[in-house]
Design a protein around this ligand. Sequence first.
Ligand code: PEP
Ligand code: MN
Length: 336
Amino acid sequence: MIVTLEAGTPQSTREAINAAAALMGSPANALRYDDGTAVVVVEGDLPADVLELPGVRASFDKHKAYMHVSKLARERSVVMVGDVAVGGDEPVVMAGPCVVEGREETLAVARAVREAGATILRGGAFKPRTSPYAFQGLGELGLQHLAEAREETGMPVVTEVMEPDQVEMVAHYADMLQVGSRNMQNYPLLRKVGTIGRPVLLKRGFQATVEEWLMAAEYILASGNPNVVLCERGIRAFDPAFRFTLDLNAVPAAKELTHLPVVVDPSHGTGKRSLVASMALAGIAAGADGLIVEVHPAPETAKCDAAQTITPAELASISRKARAIREVVVEDGVLV
Ligand code: PEP
Ligand code: MN
């Protein structure tokens, strides 16, 4: 079951829950949130007298496989990336190149996307490439370029981490850790990013169900990190005209089931530059809390994913329209 503890719940209530869970022989997995609330997940149902203690709100969840992530645990979460709120009234725009290319290039693209309305800089230093012969990224040097761009522009940085052993190093430079589509079910990686004090962008596996995606998020929360943002980035469908198909059903579907913010990636979700703006805006209309978009000053020359990369000018138009659409679909953080 899920027990939500209000801010200011007495310590005696927490102790009684722990004691009752211990008697039942089931672990009490507790997660504290910045707003003072806490969520405790217990396998099995606590006795009625414990549920009547001050501060306790109990839910008996059908979705036992993802109780921390469930909407029954919390109404809504706002995840802070540096000083940028994901899941608030404003749509967040994360933008930058697919892969970090060099120092000057990174500074230039960071300035350009900030100018175009982005508030978080994206860029891959460790790239999960389908072919082992494709450019794999600059590694730690790329992280240093991103960190320098953050110092100059003030934008927090999101970048991918592929292996548990790299998590500490990437977290040293980045403000948010991206777990890529191909790693959504890399359980050692999920557990590891769950132990680190950085928010996580969890991309949906392109062959994963919504439920599997939520269970992957549950690994991170159950490991102690409540700051997860889900990213719908397209699933594999049958039409070779599209690299992937942005599954916009998944946005309101996930929002019904979880309190975590959801963003969409119209770049990988289409694979096609000409479709990015439409699908970005459709994503916001479907209730997404933001976007992650691949942008390059000269998209045709981008070292990775050129076909789906747009210009800063195109991003500026998307950011402006996304804000207008968000205003229509959301009031006080709630979809209307
Ligand atoms: C990326 O964001 O560049 C990326 C590799 O995304 P995905 O994991 O969704 O393919
Ligand atoms: Mn890419």
